[in-house]
Unconditional design. Structure first.
Ligand SMILES: NC(=O)c1ccc[n+]([C@@H]2O[C@H](COP(=O)([O-])OP(=O)(O)OC[C@H]3O[C@@H](n4cnc5c(N)ncnc54)[C@H](OP(=O)(O)O)[C@@H]3O)[C@@H](O)[C@H]2O)c1
Length: 274
């Protein structure tokens, strides 16, 4: 059973891809299905959620919120204020924990929508959560308590790793790194596999080799006591093939390009939150 979530009724407001991933993690973690529920105005999203997870759904957000100790806000960011605003005031102000995964929606904006000193935790997940390999960061508001933190932490731990940011400002950098990061890695995978094909490999083999190389290198970096720089040095014999390849990445400004990508995405996240 997930620590901090044992007796809680958890409602997912919005039954899209991220809600399915998070709710699926809780089911895998042993949270009783009767404690979980989803709401969505879209019947096909409800059906998908119910069929894939075996969880009850409703088309009525009021029903969901009224029956939940924790509400996980999983709509697109632009719809969060509207969805909260459509709830009757009593439901907005009753004591419960609100967890928002909406990118760029600040705690102050959520506090304003809910209207009272509510217990809120803002989360920045990423898409690998869909396969239980997410990297999520969370940040509680001043009203959230220790058991709220523990609940958010165990919810996120079921779909990957999680870290509590010491302040909300860091969530922009988190968005620039791990939120947008899967797309940078997908671009690298495309480039790596295409380059392999250009050197004569069949497409399927090039894809499989590229995917497994990135997965394996990341696993090695996680499990090894050596830093990525030391691991790189280990496979770079003078005059060898890897050194020849790395020299080209250096000449092309690879490190600087990654730095500029994270900087641009961090700035964009800051702009969107203003
Ligand atoms: N996917 C990611 O990589 C990622 C990463 C970090 C954070 N996030 C955040 O996660 C949130 C959800 O993303 P997602 O990819 O799961 O989006 P999604 O698949 O579009 O899911 C959102 C769901 O909310 C439904 N919805 C719309 N209005 C609603 C309302 N008033 N009440 C209840 N449900 C409503 C949508 O229905 P319709 O289909 O009819 O619109 C849809 O089923 C977003 O805020 C996003 O910023 C996502």
């Amino acid at each position: 059973m997930s620590e901090g979530l044992a007796e809680q009724k958890i409602g997912f407001l919005g039954c899209g891809a991220m809600a399915r991933a998070l709710c699926g993690g809780l089911v895998a973690g042993g949270v009783p299905k009767a404690h979980l529920r989803g709401s969505d105005p879209n019947p096909s999203q409800r059906e998908n959620f119910a069929d894939s997870l075996g969880i009850e759904t409703t088309g009525d957000n009021e029903v969901l919120v009224a029956s939940s100790d924790i509400v996980v806000l999983c709509t697109k960011p632009g719809l969060v204020a509207e969805a909260i605003g459509a709830l009757p005031e009593t439901l907005r102000t009753e004591p419960r924990l609100w967890i928002s995964i909406a990118a760029g929606i600040r705690l102050s904006a959520l506090e304003q929508s809910l209207g009272t000193p509510s217990r809120i935790i803002r989360v920045m997940p990423n898409t690998p959560a869909l396969v239980g390999q997410g990297a999520s960061v969370f940040c509680p508001n001043a009203s959230a308590n220790e058991s709220d933190r523990a609940a958010a932490e165990s919810l996120l731990a079921w779909v990957g790793t999680t870290w509590e940011a010491p302040n909300e400002e860091m969530l922009d950098a988190v968005t620039g790194l791990s939120g947008s990061g899967p797309a940078y890695v997908f671009l690298f995978l495309e480039a790596l596999a295409e380059a392999g094909q250009k050197q004569g490999l069949p497409r399927e083999a090039a894809d499989a080799l590229a995917f497994q190389t990135v997965l394996g290198a990341a696993r090695l970096a996680i499990e090894s006591e050596l830093s990525p720089a030391e691991l790189r040095a280990q496979v770079s014999s003078p005059g060898g093939t890897t050194v020849a390849g790395l020299a080209e990445l250096d000449r092309a400004g690879f490190r600087d390009a990654v730095d500029r990508a994270v900087t641009a995405a961090t700035h964009r996240s800051r702009e969107l939150g203003e």
